[in-house]
Design a protein around this ligand. Structure first.
Ligand code: PXL
Length: 279
């Protein structure tokens, strides 16, 4: 069985980070190990959240695993709460690199042209340097703009050429396969675009756009993408499964009159993921 370690926070309630990465990887028949970087009562979009920093636990956990000889098919990082955590993750990458595994960095920092609470330009520069060590990254356009120090263009205010240019610039950071999420060239479709710098090819996947915003969809996308790549799906197939499952989760949410507005009903869509990740 494949084994992935995900390094990100536990938001105890709110359907994001590890509480979505774990069930999604399990549904894809992948063992999911975790290094929790912090414990929050909820994600930071809900006011009054608690925050317990677990930075000092990261290296002892990794050193124990190393002593016991554990290895991983992928290391997948999401929300990181401090510059120190970025430095530590870079160390973890070094310790666990093999010739066959890959690192996926989801540089969670913001959306819609602004930073989430607690992030700034300095943090984005450091995140950019972590991305240098990654095989795959999954920023949205806001995060990509901050890391590249290029202006953020509003939704639909860009062309395909612009997106391809951003992807090539991201690969210039040193990333083999940058992926941009939340891309839309028209009103009706949304998806992801990627550049495989090892072949020079651009790939993309789009599906229906539901004109509402939901929290946690980036984490769902990155978790499925990690799982699909681990299972040997092509970049194109992996993007398509990630886009389709995210849409299915959103549809399940809008069809549920009692849906909570802090995350999406990805649980209801798990049968589709199980089917889609077994071939
Ligand atoms: O969904 C990304 C995410 C993960 N973890 C925490 C967050 C956010 C986004 O706001 O606050 C703690």
């Amino acid at each position: 069985m494949n084994r992935v370690v995900s390094i990100q926070d536990i938001s105890c309630l709110g359907k994001c980070s590890l509480t979505v990465a774990l069930p999604i990887l399990s549904a894809m028949d992948i063992e999911a190990a975790v290094i929790p970087t912090a414990v929050l009562s909820t994600h930071t979009a809900i006011k009054g959240f608690t925050f317990r920093d677990l930075t000092s636990d990261i290296l002892p956990i990794v050193e124990h695993w190393q002593k016991e000889g554990y290895a991983f098919d992928a290391i997948y990082t999401g929300y990181l709460g401090s510059k120190q955590q970025i430095d530590l993750v870079a160390k973890v990458f070094k310790l666990f690199k093999t010739k066959d595994n890959f690192f996926l960095v989801d540089p969670v920092m913001g959306d819609n042209g602004t930073f989430y609470s607690g992030f700034n330009e300095d943090f984005a520069a450091l995140m950019g340097s972590l991305c240098k060590k990654a095989d795959v990254i999954t920023p949205n356009l806001t995060e990509a703009s901050y890391m590249l120090k290029v202006p953020y263009l509003e939704e639909k205010g860009y062309s395909k050429d612009y997106i391809e240019d951003v992807l090539v610039k991201l690969s210039g950071l040193g990333v083999k396969k940058p992926v941009l999420t939340g891309i839309r060239f028209n009103r009706d479709e949304i998806g992801a675009a990627a550049y495989d710098s090892t072949t020079g090819k651009f790939v993309e996947a789009f599906n229906e756009r539901i004109p509402q915003r939901f929290h946690g969809t980036g984490d769902i996308f990155a978790s499925v993408l990690t799982g699909a790549l681990v299972k040997g799906f092509s970049l194109q197939e992996s993007l398509a499964l990630s886009v389709d499952y995210t849409l299915e989760s959103i549809k399940a949410t809008i069809n549920d009159p009692n849906a909570r507005n802090y995350g999406v009903n990805f649980e209801s869509a798990i049968p589709m993921l199980v089917k889609g990740s077994n071939r």
